[in-house]
Design a protein around this ligand. Structure first.
Ligand code: PMP
Ligand code: GLN
Length: 389
């Protein structure tokens, strides 16, 4: 084996294995209930599975067109028109991707150059900053302000400079469950109207929003939409995270640049899944009800945790809840999360993993996209913990 001494200089020296893989592996090793990585433990609709099978049997097994199966792009165009009054041309403004992560990565690779600054709000989904760095860009981390993890717009204004090329937003938000309001969107519109900043809007949890709030997509704001690339994931909406399928919408000039990279990155995405999803999406009930379903799960999990020493932070969307464990232990979050998995049989994600500079809080993220039985079993173990400092 060559040793490559001195030949390999890591492009991501600080990166280890993503925390989602680390915690899921630990959960499996110790047979813990896995509330760490974000994925549902309940089944996909049998109708959707049958559709995939049918599409395979009727011969949809070769490369899909590079931008995606047209029928799927058409139904997405129809959906965003109905939901957000937004007009996107399926021909040149919508592309099917291998999940939200690939859409984000490809958008950043296509548009960020050496030295470009990208504003990211911490805590942030863990793929954003590495993608920016690999493109030669500079992540500029601003802090969301607890308890509601809101954006400080004055700080954004102060941080916008000549080199600012992109602002990355995420609503509903992973890991905090916060959401952006229409006044946030109007501020974003105001701050970007006189410059060339691109908005990369991660809206993979668009349907998972609670308490009567409406999802404020950038697409609802025509001036913002003109400069935005908007990312979605079928994994979140149809409980199919393992299918790694999603899509991105953007005005044609931005989409043309996106596709230049996409075609050499994945070329195209799994064909039978695309045909099946196009058919399945014709019935709006397949996604319209998921907000209510997850709201009940959030309520159930909070109710079950009432007797515990873990204190919940607010959560208006996504399928994650952060709990503060400072009444239980002084340990740093990674150590505590490890011990919780190994000794108490419940896996979670230490929230410091979502920060460039962790604020030293005693916070763990729990995924409640689980059957009621799983949530009950996990809560029982967590409520039993009184003091393990
Ligand atoms: N963005 C956020 C905020 C996410 O939580 C996820 C979760 N997986 C993704 C993007 C990526 O989605 P996908 O699994 O479709 O790549
Ligand atoms: N988005 C999921 C989460 O936040 C996991 C994605 C992944 O494992 N890469 O847990």
């Amino acid at each position: 084996m060559p040793k490559f001494n001195g030949l390999i200089t890591s492009k991501l020296p600080a990166a280890g294995t993503t925390i989602f893989s680390v915690m899921s592996a630990l959960a499996t090793e110790h047979k813990a209930i896995n509330l760490s990585q974000g994925f549902p433990d309940f089944e996909v609709s049998p109708d959707l599975i049958n559709l995939v099978h049918e599409m395979m049997k009727c011969g949809h097994n070769q490369y899909a067109p590079m931008p995606g199966v047209l029928q799927l792009r058409q139904i997405i165009a129809q959906k965003v028109k109905e939901l957000y009054s937004a007009n996107y041309n399926p021909e040149d403004e919508i592309t099917i991707t291998s999940g939200g992560t690939q859409a984000l990565f490809t958008a950043i690779a296509a548009l960020i150059r050496e030295g470009d600054e990208v504003i990211i709000f911490d805590p942030a989904y863990d793929s954003y900053a590495p993608a920016v760095k690999l493109a030669g860009g500079i992540p500029v981390s601003l802090q969301l302000k607890p308890p509601h993890f809101s954006i400080e717009w004055n700080e954004v204004k102060r941080s916008i400079r000549q080199r600012t090329r992109m602002i990355l937003i995420n609503t509903p938000h992973n890991p905090t469950g916060s959401i952006l309001t229409s006044s946030d969107m109007m501020m974003l519109e105001k701050l970007t109207k006189d410059n060339d900043i691109i908005i990369l809007s991660d809206e993979v949890y668009e349907h998972i929003i609670f308490d009567g709030y409406e999802h404020q997509s950038v697409m609802r704001f025509p001036k913002l939409a003109e400069r935005s690339m908007v990312v979605f994931s079928f994994g979140k909406t149809f409980h199919t995270t393992g299918w790694k399928t999603g899509y991105i919408l953007a005005p044609s000039a931005l989409m043309a640049e996106f596709r230049k990279v996409h075609q050499f990155n994945v070329f195209s995405v799994n064909t039978p899944l695309q045909y099946a999803l196009a058919e399945f999406m014709r019935d709006k009930n397949h996604y319209a009800g998921i907000g209510k379903m997850y709201e009940q799960k959030r309520n159930l999990f909070m109710q079950l945790m009432k007797g515990s020493k873990f204190k919940p932070l607010a959560c208006s969307g996504s399928y994650f809840l952060i709990f503060d464990y400072s009444k239980i232990s002084d340990e740093p979050d990674f150590e505590f999360a490890r011990r919780l998995t190994i000794e108490h049989g419940v896996a979670s994600i230490p929230v410091s993993s979502f920060y460039n500079k962790p604020p030293g809080k005693k916070w763990l993220r729990f995924c409640f996209a689980k059957s009621d039985e799983t949530l009950k079993a996990a809560a029982e173990r967590l409520v039993a913990i009184q003091d393990i400092a």
